[in-house]
Design a protein around this ligand. Structure first.
Ligand code: AMP
Ligand code: GLY
Length: 431
């Protein structure tokens, strides 16, 4: 098979590495890809959001299967267009991708089908939001732009003044564009967060191994929200008991709800969960693999990923046994100085050979090859990923490797996995 992967980040690199292991695959293409991906796939300069461009590319290279990884093209109907042109695909159609594309849709869905989530109200006027927040007078409060906003459309103000300023930015200054035409105001929940990615063909749902993201830019969960600064899998807070509860109260009801709405979801459905004192609740759905969750989940997958993608495409997922390794996996993101605000690009990256380093897997998120040299090309640059028999061992390998990779002003968190490690020690009664 020739497989085309649409996208350009660390998640796409992890997908490509796993697809490369498949006995069914003899060549992989990627659009647009990045510097590191170019060692594993043929990269084509077509934007991941250019639907016509991607359909044409798939025809031109005679792709047998197309994997659409990022949120925007899924929400905009790239899978629909590829299916119409006769291509087998992995990823939901637009009418199902709306589960991520609109927070108002997903909140209303959860309310209608009794899926546990934070209490909420929807608004389309800034004055009404401010009135409501004033009246409620409970802080912190959570304000979310309705549409896609590069993972930045959520603010959690601690004071009324900050809330007013945030609402004005989203709804009047439109810092996230039309995404801010409507906002959701939510109850603030507390508890550890868990990411669970799940394969589904609309008939059955098979959760992958759990993971934990680290969203803030700085150690100790300080600083601005980012796309994710590192991940570990498994997530020790996600016990078998909690997994069973999530299956019954969240995963199956969500798949059923989408079917009942005539919006069958086929692909990877991402459940962003918070384990609150009142039980697990959904913080968000994503219609795709998470980034950087994919980087720690897929290395643990033992089953041929193309068997899974084909089973989902053919709606025969229930017949497939999906196997996972018991190892722990960790990913430490090396980012450009300044990220998630502005940052320079084009800085030379030293310490890698063909984009890799012995003992770990380096997933490239934002790199390019300029005049034969590997350089930075994005905010998140590299994800240094390691498997180990324990979380501690995997983390040691990731951090050891980080020391050998250099670029000016590289920034990474030093405490990825520390919270998980503390929890693991408690579980084993270690002091
Ligand atoms: P989201 O983009 O919806 O995943 O939100 C980004 C982050 O904001 C989440 O990972 C949580 O840490 C936080 N968050 C979102 N909603 C809530 C909530 N209702 N209560 C507390 N924290 C939240
Ligand atoms: N890591 C969170 C996301 O992919 O949205």
């Amino acid at each position: 098979m020739k497989v085309l992967v649409v996208g350009s980040g660390g998640r796409e690199h992890a997908l490509i590495r796993k697809i490369k292991e498949s006995s069914k695959v003899d060549s992989i293409a990627c659009c647009p890809g990045n510097g590191g991906i170019s060692f594993d796939a043929d990269c084509y300069n077509v934007s991941a959001t250019d639907i016509d461009g991607v359909v044409n590319l798939a025809k031109e290279i005679k792709a047998d299967f197309v994997v659409v990884a990022p949120d925007d093209p899924l929400v905009d109907g790239m899978v629909d267009a590829l299916n119409d042109a006769g291509f087998a695909t992995f990823g939901p159609k637009a009418n199902a991708a709306i589960i991520e594309g609109s927070k108002v849709f997903s909140k209303d869905l959860m309310e209608k089908y009794n899926i546990p989530t934070a209490e909420y109200r929807v608004f389309d006027k800034a004055d009404d939001v401010i009135e409501y927040i004033k009246e409620k007078n409970e802080f912190p409060t959570v304000i979310k732009a309705d549409g896609l906003a590069l993972g930045k459309g959520v603010i959690i103000p601690e004071t009324l003044d900050d809330a007013i300023a945030g609402v004005k930015e989203i709804m009047e200054d439109k810092i996230f564009g039309a995404s801010g035409n409507n906002v959701v105001v939510e109850e603030f929940l507390t508890g550890p967060e868990v990411s669970v990615l799940a394969f589904t063909d609309g008939r059955c749902v098979k959760p992958m191994v759990s993971s934990m993201d680290h969203k803030r830019a700085l150690d100790g969960d300080k600083g601005l929200n980012t796309g994710g600064m590192g991940t570990v899998s498994p997530n020790p807070y996600y016990t078998d008991e909690i997994a069973a509860e999530c299956m019954e109260k969240i995963f199956i009801p969500t798949i059923n709800a989408m079917n009942a709405e005539g919006r069958t979801f086929k692909g990877c459905l991402y459940f962003g969960l918070m384990l609150t004192p009142k039980g697990p609740k959904v913080i968000e759905y994503n219609c795709r693999f998470g980034d950087p969750e994919t980087q720690v989940v897929l290395p643990r997958l033992k089953t041929d990923i193309m068997d899974i993608f084909e089973a989902i495409n053919n709606e025969t997922l229930s017949e497939l046994d999906i196997e996972w390794s018991d190892e722990a996996c960790t990913c430490v993101i090396m980012a450009s100085g300044g990220y998630p605000k502005s940052y320079p690009k084009g800085i030379e990256i030293k310490g890698l050979t063909d984009g890799q380093l012995d003992g770990v897997t380096v997933y490239h998120a934002g790199t390019a090859i300029k005049d034969g040299t590997l350089v930075t090309a994005g905010g998140r640059v590299l994800g240094i990923t390691a498997l180990g028999d324990t979380l501690e061992h995997a983390l040691a390998k990731s951090y050891e490797a980080v020391k050998n990779i250099e670029f000016d002003n590289a920034h990474y968190r030093k405490d990825i996995g520390q919270r998980a490690l503390r929890m693991t020690r408690l579980e084993h009664n270690e002091v």
